[in-house]
Design a protein around this ligand. Structure first.
Ligand code: NAD
Length: 357
């Protein structure tokens, strides 16, 4: 029997509650599809600060590196907010991403028909939306140098540098084309090539890499137009490929098409080694320990882990179908509840998912 090694990082706040649900479902679905999962649970974020004094212990990073895929819940809590930056939970997450060399961030946005009324947009605009934002995660203006703040001639000036090299663009473009080829076959690259030199290089390289993926239809869009098109007609998109800064903004905009942060999974991938799969939401300290968390983003992250991280697409589809069916049956966690819904806690939602699996 094929065995995979998963590192589980429950983290803080609602993290342990939603991890427990995901783990039960992973056990059930792996048994059904004839593979086995060995878990290695490790502390990260505030939990790691409490246990070891640092937000990313070396042992946690080593365990992640030695595994086939990593499933992270969320990190952070108010009690850590006053600590120096290098000791904060968020620093552990950034160190984990860079320690695993994760340069590609994937955020799928799919409107489930049962939740169509949760969006702030009209149902006819969002019905059937199924898009994927592919964001470059380790370059661009967040990391470019020089950066800083200077004082001269009685004024203060601050600056950052938006820079990409051809190899950084090529590798993220390949991720975008590969994923488009596995989905609807359309890639829209978003830039600001009418104004920025760095965007012109981005566009040139994306065109060059397109030669290796002739079956994928490539288009380009300026970022300001993309922001508009995402709310005007989001159905036109299959895969959106973009840089770190533009992707940060557009992926949050795209996420909100669904109207519910408790539903959104993500994946971060490197050129080799395990990917990191995690819900988009944070640790929700306001509801931690009250059994009110929505575990569905975590379950959908586990499905991404199965499909992308372990190439177990049929098992992933089972998990996604279970989420659809439970919602269609009218079950909701508090964050999603509308009139007439049956409101369940985190654990009970997990039990319903297991039942329909
Ligand atoms: P958050 O996503 O934790 O919470 C925002 C709101 O959404 C809260 O009202 C919360 O109760 C609700 N919410 C979030 N996820 C939910 C779920 N699964 N089910 C039900 N309700 C849910 O964001 P925040 O409040 O800005 O941050 C809280 C902490 O999380 C901070 O310490 C922050 O740094 C951290 N954070 C971590 C990550 C991560 O681990 N990737 C991401 C964002 C924020």
């Amino acid at each position: 029997m094929t065995r995979y090694r998963l590192t589980l990082l429950p983290g803080d706040g609602i993290g342990p509650e939603i991890t427990a649900v995901a783990r039960q479902l992973l056990d059930a679905v792996s048994a059904r599809h004839g593979f086995a999962l060995d878990y290695d649970e490790q502390p990260v974020g505030g939990a790691a600060i409490d246990a070891t004094g640092v937000p990313l212990p070396e042992a946690t990073l080593e365990a992640c590196r030695a595994s086939d895929a990593v499933l992270l819940a969320a990190i952070g809590g108010y009690q850590y907010d006053a600590l120096p930056r290098e000791q904060r939970p968020e620093t552990g997450l950034l160190a984990l991403r860079s320690g695993l060399g994760l340069f590609a961030n994937l955020r799928p946005v799919k409107i489930l028909s049962a939740l169509i009324d949760a969006s702030s947009l009209r149902p006819e605009v969002i019905r059937g939306v199924d898009l994927l934002v592919v964001r470059e995660l380790t370059g661009g203006i967040y990391f470019g140098t020089p950066k800083g703040r200077v004082e001269a001639d009685g004024h203060v000036r601050a600056f950052n540098t938006m820079a990409y090299s051809d190899d950084e663009i090529d590798r993220i473009a390949r991720v975008g084309f590969e994923l488009a080829a596995q989905r609807g076959g359309r890639l829209c690259s978003v830039d600001k090539a009418n104004v920025l030199d760095v965007s012109q290089l981005w566009r040139d390289r994306v065109e060059a890499i397109h030669a290796d993926y002739p079956a994928v239809e490539l288009s380009h869009m300026y970022v300001d137009n993309a922001a508009m098109q995402l709310v005007r007609d989001p159905r036109q998109f299959d895969v959106l490929l973009t840089s770190n800064l533009f992707g940060d903004i557009l992926s949050d905009e795209a996420a909100m098409l669904t109207g519910s942060i408790g539903m959104l999974p993500s994946a971060s991938l490197g050129s080799e080694g395990p990917g990191l799969f995690e819900p988009v939401h944070g640790s929700a300290p306001d509801i931690a320990g009250t059994d009110k968390a929505n575990p569905l983003a975590m379950v959908l992250s586990a499905a991404m882990l199965l499909r992308i991280g372990l190439h177990q697409g049929a098992a992933a589809a089972d998990l996604e179908r279970a989420v659809d069916r439970v919602l269609e049956a009218g079950y909701r966690t508090g964050d999603l509840a509308a009139e007439g819904a049956t409101v369940l806690g985190c654990q009970a939602m997990g039990e319903q998912l297991l039942a329909v699996l």
